[in-house]
Design a protein around this ligand. Structure first.
Ligand SMILES: C[S@@+](CC[C@H](N)C(=O)[O-])C[C@H]1O[C@@H](n2cnc3c(N)ncnc32)[C@H](O)[C@@H]1O
Length: 267
């Protein structure tokens, strides 16, 4: 049931372990070189996604991190009563894997809410322009294509709620009235930018509660810096909401980190 390709960011199903390892090393070396030259990085990224349009995730550790989160909740509470929320779907791979893992763990009441422009990243502004790595339209994949990907993998679309739009426009108070959003069991934040993470966390606040697991797929996207990206966005969220304490759970590939929220009044 679970895709054995979980730990792979490229479609390497037909490769030997040695070929997989070589491909990964080459990719990582190329990325490190290209990061020092943003225009070349952007060009390479465009070409890479054009040539390699296979159905895959960019975050090899994310599917297992999602499974681990649900297992953590089952172990802690004996059940899972909340929903799964994902910000940043690209082709839908991690979202689909969340669904697969929940079926496998007999969590049939979980609903799956996915938020994306379905036309890629917005233009980088403010601190999101820092290293010039991200650009407008990067990771574009249409809603139709994502739905087709999910259906082809057997996902029951009746359990799925896909919200199209740039967060700044789509994550409104009015949206709350349109769907029966439940409190969040697991939130996957895979939207690259500081600004997108701020908007996503703010909109999620009424659905977040002590016990919610937050997965930041881009936590170390800027290394250890607390002044950029998701680290800054989460730090500011916690400062705005002192009712929560945050406990680190584990890290996952490539740049991810998991946290659980605690009630600050009950240390
Ligand atoms: C790295 S991709 C997500 C990868 C995906 N989770 C996977 O399976 O590998 C980042 C996604 O975030 C979305 N995104 C980032 N900022 C956004 C914003 N402000 N509004 C809407 N979508 C946004 C992009 O469209 C893109 O699909």
């Amino acid at each position: 049931m679970i895709n054995s390709n979980d730990e792979q960011s490229t479609d390497t199903r037909h490769d030997t372990p040695q070929q997989v390892s070589i491909k990964r090393k080459l990719k990582s070396v190329a990325e490190n070189i290209l990061r020092h030259c943003p225009p070349a990085f952007r060009l390479a990224s465009r070409l890479y996604h054009k040539m390699n349009n296979s159905y895959r995730t960019l975050s090899p550790g994310a599917p297992q991190a999602i499974r681990k989160s649900f297992q953590y909740l089952i172990q802690r509470d004996g059940e899972v009563t909340g929903d799964y929320y994902e910000f940043g779907l690209f082709r839908g791979y991690t979202f689909e894997q969340a669904w697969q893992h929940c079926q496998d763990l007999n969590l049939h009441d979980v609903r799956f809410h996915g938020f994306d422009s379905f036309s890629g990243l917005p233009t980088a502004t403010g601190i999101d322009q820092t290293d010039g790595r991200f650009f407008k339209g990067q990771f574009a994949c249409s809603l139709k294509e994502v739905e087709a990907n999910l259906e082809s993998k057997g996902v029951d679309l009746n359990q799925v709620n896909l919200i199209k739009g740039f967060y700044e426009d789509s994550l409104t108070p009015a949206l709350r009235e349109q769907y029966p959003f439940k409190h969040a069991a697991v939130v996957m934040l895979d939207c690259d930018y500081y600004s997108s993470t701020v908007t996503a966390l703010d909109w999620m606040e009424p659905y977040i509660q002590p016990g919610t697991v937050l997965l930041f797929d881009d936590w170390y996207s800027y290394g250890e810096s607390e002044e950029l990206g998701q680290q800054k966005a989460y730090q500011e969220f916690l400062e705005r909401h002192p009712q929560y304490l945050s406990e680190a759970l584990w890290e996952f590939k490539n740049h991810g980190k998991a946290f659980v929220l605690k009630d600050a009044s009950q240390p």
